[in-house]
Design a protein around this ligand. Structure first.
Ligand code: PEP
Ligand code: MN
Length: 337
């Protein structure tokens, strides 16, 4: 249920409504927009039948949220959400690029990548310390050591860190080293993990599951938000289809669809979307043209020797050219990069 308040509603009136709703066992979320403040009452709405909310001072109207996701829906928050990661906005006019290796392999390569992407004006470095590999016999990541290298890269360059959390038991450790927690495609419906990151204040990049519908994707965002963490960034990274020419099918129509249904920032990962380095730049361009708020891309100094996802990783000169091209598209879109 959304309670739209009158423009002149006082803090006292808002507090009173909130108190009554919480007294009925509902969770109340306040969304303060430029023009309107709305309250979202989340929980078993049957308890509202006896409460004449429209009669409360300060209330303009009461509207049910029809979508199964509430906090993530545009009905709840009509303006685009901008998430500030240590002062760097995701979801605003500037399109953010998040670049780095699939996995943190060693200190030297990570610092080298950090230096190269920094030169291109990027604000975020990515790198997996815990890798969700299909085979248990392949490189699983450096764990804590990898997190420490990421932190060192951050210290040396000022780049903000994005890294994946796979297991709720590692959250305290990962929390200390990262600026944004990534939830991988394979864990999009790991509800225990979603609940856990939802109770921390760290921004989360939530990747779309391999065969998740847009609705399921948004329900997973809702899991995180329902626990209090509203800093969720949605990432389209390709889905399973009958097509085998590319690793996945990058569903770029999901970008405008998600933008219509939700106020959350949406980014695109063309690397996992296509799985081949020479297809990454065209799809990064298309992602920006589709309205993405960011591009997440894998970069490696020597992809032939990469311990994971070498086939889709960009060498520095290719990355540099990608940046040049998407900067031009961003400008056409009225954005900055
Ligand atoms: C990754 O970002 O390296 C990764 C494993 O991505 P996904 O979860 O989308 O497969
Ligand atoms: Mn990867």
């Amino acid at each position: 249920m959304i309670i739209v308040l009158r423009p002149d509603a006082t803090e006292e009136q808002i507090g009173h409504i909130k108190e009554r709703l919480e007294g009925l066992g509902l969770a109340v979320h306040i969304s303060r927009g430029k023009e309107r403040t709305v309250l979202g009452a989340i929980g078993d709405e049957r308890v509202l039948q006896e409460l004449p909310l429209a009669a409360f001072p300060g209330v303009e109207k009461v509207v049910p949220i029809l979508k199964p996701y509430k906090l993530a829906s545009r009905e709840f928050h009509s303006e685009n959400t901008v998430i500030h990661v240590n002062g760097v906005p995701i979801g605003g006019k500037k399109i953010q690029v998040i670049a780095g290796p699939c996995a943190v392999e060693n200190r030297e390569m990570l610092l080298q990548i950090a230096g190269e992407i920094k030169k291109e004006g990027v604000s975020f470095i990515r790198g997996g310390a815990f890798k969700p590999r299909t085979s248990p016999y392949t490189f699983q990541g450096l764990g804590l050591e990898g997190l420490q290298y990421l932190a060192e890269a951050r210290e040396k360059t000022g780049l903000l860190v994005v890294t994946e959390l796979m297991d709720p038991r590692d959250i305290e450790m990962v929390y200390q080293y990262t600026d944004v927690i990534q939830i991988g495609a394979r864990n999009m419906q790991n509800f225990r993990l979603l609940t856990e990151v939802g109770s921390y204040d760290k921004p989360v990049i939530l990747k779309r599951g391999l065969s998740a519908t847009v609705k399921e994707f948004l329900m997973s965002a809702e899991y995180i938000m329902s626990k209090g963490n509203h800093n969720v960034i949605l990432c389209e990274r390709g889905i399973r289809t009958f097509e085998t020419a590319t690793r996945n099918t990058l569903d770029l129509s999901a970008v405008p669809v998600l933008k219509q249904l939700s106020h959350l920032p949406v980014i695109v990962d063309p690397s996992h979307g296509v799985g081949k380095w020479d297809l990454v730049t065209p799809m990064a361009r298309a992602g920006v043209a589709a309205g993405a708020d960011g591009i997440l891309v894998e970069v490696h100094p020597d992809p032939e020797k990469a311990m994971s996802d070498g086939e889709q990783s960009l060498k520095f000169p290719v990355f540099k050219e990608m940046m040049r091209q998407i900067r031009a598209i961003a400008q056409v879109m009225g954005r900055e990069l």
